[in-house]
Design a protein. Sequence first.
Length: 418
Amino acid sequence: MLDSVKIARRQSEIRQSLAGLVGKEEPTQDEVRNIEALDMEFRTNETRYRAALIAEDTERREAGAELETRSDREWAEVMAGFEMRQVALSLDEGRNLDGKTGEIVSELRSRGGYRGIPVPWEALEVRAGETVASGTPNPIRTAPIIERLFAGSVAARMGGQMVNVGVGELEYPVTTSSVSAGWANGETANVAGPTVYATTDRPLAPDNTLGVQMRITRKTLKQSGTGLEQAVRRDMNGAIEEALDHAVFQGSGSSGEPTGLFAGASGWGIAETAVDAAASWAAFRAEVVDFITGNAATGPGDVRALIRPEVWDYMDGVMVGDGGFKFEFDRMIEALGAVVMSHNALADPTGDPLVTSAVLTTTAGGVPPFFVGTWGAIDLVRDVFSDAQSGALRLTALATMDVTISRAAQTRILTDIQ
């Protein structure tokens, strides 16, 4: 029982006792002393009651916050126990999935159809110290497998947001009209007439499927330890990340690829500026000014730039032309919020002289410049024929994705940077 409730009940008992004692015309000395004691206790309880209410209010707020976040924390704890090794052995030997891995797979199957074993996107996170069944003989110490090296997600560093869709399509309505205000020209004049409030839908559709194939030898499957768990997770994550970064910016919109920012710039209304000059901070600064005047950014610190490594190499060797003692790249990196370099997200330089492109993005009002949609979970399917003779396991991971932008004013493309 709460302390405040106990105190309130005691106060009610004291009031009843006092009512009986105060009603007497000639109380005895013992009754007078009893009245004084009850009165003192009543006043003390009033202070205790207020303190109890304050303490219990804090406890209620903490308990309420815990209830609001408990489901997310419980899901994260269950997801931390997902083992890719169980999935591989299930596809190879038919071993039953158990523990948290079995619970997650059952939950995903109840929400959608999968040919193989569904693997949640959270399971591809890089972890340290995966759990493995105890008591497994391991006479030889196996060092961690060295995976391929992949760059960090360029799409995430450029402000993109990944959105997971259960089923169907998802649309983001974006305001495209310019609602304006106007003053009344005189005491009896009318204000400006109504302006149409129009929106444009930015759809994400499950039309593009990405596949990743992995071949795991029989020896690898029989080795104990966390090497297999971490290698499969990181290699699959890196391959999907590399392909997705390329598609977000260079996707052609044909041959199964989603439409990237460069291919969809004209259709989406993204501003494209041909620099036709050597790379310099002045060229990037002019686009930052357009961001600010278009209300897409409040200052250069809100803008991110994506450039090729060759552009950095050139700008880091050219001094500014106003007599300063800094290089062009120093001026840019000091002013902008972030400068991201990638040879995967941007096409190789071409022509004579060599020219390349760059992308500028900004997050306005908390809205990311573009969205990357994923559907459901990753469908992990086994190929039982390709490597049957060697006893190896051939896995195919299928992921459905799409790309769309939010406001066209939050993205700008610079071309023909020499």
